[in-house]
Design a protein around this ligand. Structure first.
Ligand code: XBP
Ligand code: MG
Length: 243
């Protein structure tokens, strides 16, 4: 099967953004006068719940906190996150920019399949590759587009429909077990680069697991494919194939 598209998750895959999310949540809680504070251990556990609004609701239930307006809190959090993206230097993970460039050079379709909110995608690109690069992604599907978030495959199905490709013609890049499950449920080959909050996740079913996308380019002579099949071959050869 020919590789036709690279489909990227956002948080933890393109960049280690979850710390910025965590701090934005805490600022929103503080602004609302809530006695909530998510440290890294609590947040790492709560990340199993995909979607910030859902995460707030899950924590309200866990702490028996009544009358939480999750939608308003989440909107406030998104505002703090946008500010953080604008105020800080955001580094893309190793190899991300180069893989996007190789995809464009090889005429591959680029897509995003994320649980996060669209404003967060825009603010991450504004802080890194720029809106013009984001405009070259043929499909950008986010938490707002789906009724069910990852590990439900809905967001990936929307991307496949947008691109008009079969699952095996795409390649997904994820950092979490929830994201891997979503892509694999449709049969999309998936490479995992574990993130700071997901390195202990169960990545059974991944086609490749590698520390970072930068590994795809070592030794540097190897990955300058002139056709997508070479890229696919490198993807298949570089990762630790998992039974
Ligand atoms: C990770 C998520 C998101 C973010 C927070 O998304 O689960 O919920 O943690 O963003 P991805 P929101 O699929 O990109 O890894 O508060 O906008 O949900
Ligand atoms: Mg992720």
């Amino acid at each position: 099967m020919t590789l036709k598209a690279l489909i990227f998750d956002i948080d933890g895959t393109l960049a280690e953004t979850e710390e910025f999310h965590r701090l934005a949540f805490n600022k929103a809680f503080n602004e609302a006068g809530l006695p909530w504070y998510w440290n890294q251990a609590v947040y790492g556990r709560l990340l199993k719940v995909t979607g910030g609004r859902e995460r707030i609701l899950a924590y309200a239930e866990e702490t028996c906190t009544p009358g939480i307006d999750a939608a308003t809190l989440h909107k406030s959090k998104t505002g703090f996150y946008k500010h953080a993206m604008a105020q800080n230097t955001i580094e893309l993970r190793d190899g991300v920019e180069r893989l996007i460039k190789v995809g464009l050079e090889n005429g591959l379709a680029l897509a995003i399949a994320t649980t996060t909110s669209r404003p967060n995608v825009d603010s991450l690109f504004a802080a890194t590759l720029g809106a013009d690069v984001l405009s070259r992604f043929q499909s950008v599907r986010t938490g707002e587009d789906v009724a069910a978030k990852k590990p439900d495959p809905e967001v990936y199905q929307l991307v496949l429909d947008d691109l008009g490709i079969k699952p095996e013609e795409g390649y997904a890049f994820e950092d979490s077990a929830n994201g891997l499950k979503a892509a694999r449920k449709l049969g999309i080959p998936t490479l995992v680069t574990p993130g700071i909050y997901t390195r202990d996740d169960d990545f059974s079913g991944a086609d490749c697991i590698t520390e970072s996308l930068g590994n795809l380019f070592e030794p540097s002579a190897e990955l300058s494919p002139r056709n997508p099949d070479q890229l696919l071959a490198v993807l298949a050869s570089k990762g630790r194939a998992v039974a």
